[in-house]
Design a protein around this ligand. Structure first.
Ligand code: SF4
Ligand code: SF4
Length: 485
């Protein structure tokens, strides 16, 4: 209509002389869309300018709480002001489509202001991600939802868009009404994963990714997302974003040609092997693999798909009989490292602490602290691990039997805004360690002897204190009674 130079009401063809644009309609609202869609302010300004250009006698109002015009878009906002668009700051109290009236509480006047006699009301509604296609029939939603719950893992609270969030025994996730529904369409991608045909997504329904280090990577190896599939953004940003995703895809093709792992263990040639003779077919590895890289054969034996595997070792940490190994990383290897440390006898009053530090964030943070000449307790012995998800309870038990007085697992931040490079490693370790506490209690050992610390790469200045506080705690306890046996 605007292209034809005139704006008319769709319902009755009457000319439009007064338009109100209502910003953040449902956005940045904890009960609807908690995020900002980032483009609505710019789009409303553009349309308001078009209204005033098409008919200089028309009035365009933009009612907003906070107008977001970053960068050079600020100039666009000023242009709109100079072209007669009227900006009104305040929270909208009501929109009456029958009376064509918008009432808002004006921030400057401190009172409710009605905008009446409107010919058109435009609600700037937000972007809603959807991993399904509403035009495709829903395929067995219950089965699909159940499988996806497996994918998000009973130990994890990471929800999947369009499905009821949360797992069987994980922590209760925050209420997200916009996700609390069964799929409203069929799959778009039709992925052949036992967890279902979709890409897992994060809290707000956008595709799951590590927002700091791996923004484009999804949990489906070789699939990269860009643009509003991964977060709200405008066309210009989306085009730039797509460049990043394409570069990652090139890296994936090159890596698969050489048969090496992709991010974060770029170039790793090893992959997990299952010793089927010991395997009890418990399925823990299949369920806990964050990347859906393990299927089962007809007899229930795990089959690892190396093309999907990221070499995190989570399956290794999950296996109760330690029958999953890598050539260059396995339970026996770390056990030997734990045992190789010298433990002073109980009369020397020198405690020993073992720190199993994730190689992705915790170990580099320790490294940086060392480079910056920061000191920490000399009683700590540090062993790097691929991911806290790869830590097997056997290592903890070996360390206690060896006589270590305290054990700390140091890894990335878990939760919805996780920083774990393997998505769920820290969350899984937390769950596993909660069970260690009970075992320690039954052995009459203080449960505080085994602890977890979440650090990010930027926390190098904090890690000495984390270790020293733990050293102080352990120093206040009696020596590990298993010392010397
Ligand atoms: S190493 Fe990680 S990605 Fe590979 S199969 Fe095991 S859990 Fe899955
Ligand atoms: S976790 Fe270990 S025992 Fe269980 S299915 Fe996997 S390989 Fe077999």
């Amino acid at each position: 209509m605007l292209k034809a130079g005139e704006l008319k009401r769709k319902s009755n063809g009457a000319p439009v002389k007064t338009v109100a644009f209502v910003q953040c309609a449902g956005s940045r609202d904890a009960n609807h869309l908690p995020y900002c869609s980032s483009v609505c302010c710019g789009v409303s300004i553009k349309q308001a300018v078009q209204v005033t250009k098409a008919d200089p006698t028309a009035s365009a109002y933009i009612v907003y709480e906070e107008l977001r015009t970053p960068g050079t878009a600020e100039e666009f906002y000023r242009q709109a002001q100079s072209q007669g668009v009227i900006f009104m700051k305040g929270k909208v109290a009501s929109v009456d489509a029958g009376a064509m009236q918008v009432t808002y509480k004006d921030d400057i006047l401190g009172t409710d202001v009605p905008l009446s006699g409107l010919d058109m009301i435009v609600l700037a509604t937000g972007m809603v991600p959807n991993s399904t296609d509403p035009d495709v029939p829903v395929v067995d939603p219950e089965k699909s939802a159940a499988l996806l719950k497996d994918d998000i893992n009973p130990l994890s609270s990471i929800p999947v868009a369009g499905y009821k969030p949360g797992g069987a025994s994980g922590p209760t996730p925050p209420a997200m009404p916009h996700l609390d529904r069964i799929p409203d369409g069929g799959p778009i991608l039709n992925l052949q994963y036992r967890q279902g045909p979709h890409i897992p997504v994060l809290a707000d329904g956008f595709s799951d990714s590590h927002y700091i280090c791996f923004p484009y990577e999804t949990r489906r190896t070789g699939i990269y997302t860009a643009g509003p599939v991964r977060r709200p953004m405008d066309m210009g940003e989306s085009a730039e974003d797509a460049t990043g995703a394409v570069l990652k895809a090139i890296q994936a093709i090159e890596g698969s040609k050489q048969g090496v792992a992709l991010h974060p263990r770029v170039g790793d040639l090893s992959f997990p092997k299952v010793g089927h003779e010991k395997c009890t077919k418990c399925r823990r590895c299949t369920v806990e693999c964050p990347f859906g890289a393990i299927d089962e054969d007809e007899s229930g034996r795990p089959q690892i798909n190396p093309a999907r595997c990221r070499r995190c070792g989570t399956c290794m940490g999950a296996c109760p009989v330690q029958t999953i190994t890598f050539d260059n990383y396995n339970p026996q290897m770390v056990n030997a490292m734990i045992e190789a440390n010298e433990i002073p006898d109980e009369f020397s009053e020198k405690p020993r602490m073992l720190i199993l530090a994730c190689e992705n964030d915790a170990y580099p943070a320790l490294d940086m602290a060392g480079i910056n000449r920061q000191a920490w307790s000399a009683y700590a012995r540090i062993i790097p691990v691929r991911c806290l998800g790869s830590v097997t309870l056997q290592w903890v038990s070996t360390a206690l039997q060896k006589g270590y007085d305290g054990i700390m697992l140091m890894g990335c931040k878990s939760g919805d805004d996780y920083q774990c490079h393997f998505v769920k490693g820290s969350a899984i370790a937390k769950e596993r360690m909660s069970k260690v506490g009970e075992t320690l209690k039954s052995l009459a050992l203080e449960k505080e002897r085994v602890t977890m610390a979440e650090v990010s790469i930027a926390d190098s200045h904090k890690v000495p204190k984390v270790i020293n506080d733990f050293a102080e705690l352990i120093g206040g306890m009696d020596p590990n009674p298993m010392k010397g046996f």
